[in-house]
Design a protein around this ligand. Sequence first.
Ligand SMILES: [Zn+2]
Ligand SMILES: [Zn+2]
Length: 234
Amino acid sequence: MADTQTAYELRLLFQEPGCPVCAFGQRVSSRYVDSLFYESVNDPAVRARLRASLGLCYEHAWLMIEARLSDALGQAILYRDLLQTLLERLPSETEIPDERAARRLGEALTPEAACPACESRAQAEERALQALARSLERREYLADFERSDGLCLPHLRALLQQETLGRKALAAVLAHQRRRLSGLEAELAEFIRKNDYRFQGEKMGAEGNAYQRAAGLLTGRRRPASKKELGLRS
Ligand SMILES: [Zn+2]
Ligand SMILES: [Zn+2]
């Protein structure tokens, strides 16, 4: 059932720009952060979990702030709690640590658990890859995938590790990825040509942001900037 739901949600993301597995992970982890602040910021277990990771990682902390995944009050409550945690771990003003104590302090100031939003994203991506490997066996599903931007390189590699991926589906995926790569390569060539002073009168077309799409293809889908882009209510 969970697999069917994932396959369904993923299929809708084939129509969005960029890698659909990235998009799925971004959506699920944002929903997680959203609900964390909406209902659980005062839950002692949630607080303890966030203390263990010393909050969210760089990427998710700024995503939370910039895409307004939580209101200012929720964040103030969380960060006050984390600053108190840090203050408890720092030595008092009169205590000057020796070298060994400095190393121990360094350890005490290191998160003991991963960012929970990163964990949520990694689990969601794994679910998406499993659902994708199975669903690509179905012809209509594959046809929809072939209208997508294709997978980023990290997720293509991860899909190749899925044991349930059949040979036919694999061949179709690789053909699609090759088409996307060579299409993008041609767009980059066109972009470079139009930057030549002899052709500068020619208007830039869709190839104007081909280098950004190429970066996304190699590293992963661009990070979303708004709740709307994340499919969340605003
Ligand atoms: Zn991806
Ligand atoms: Zn994170």
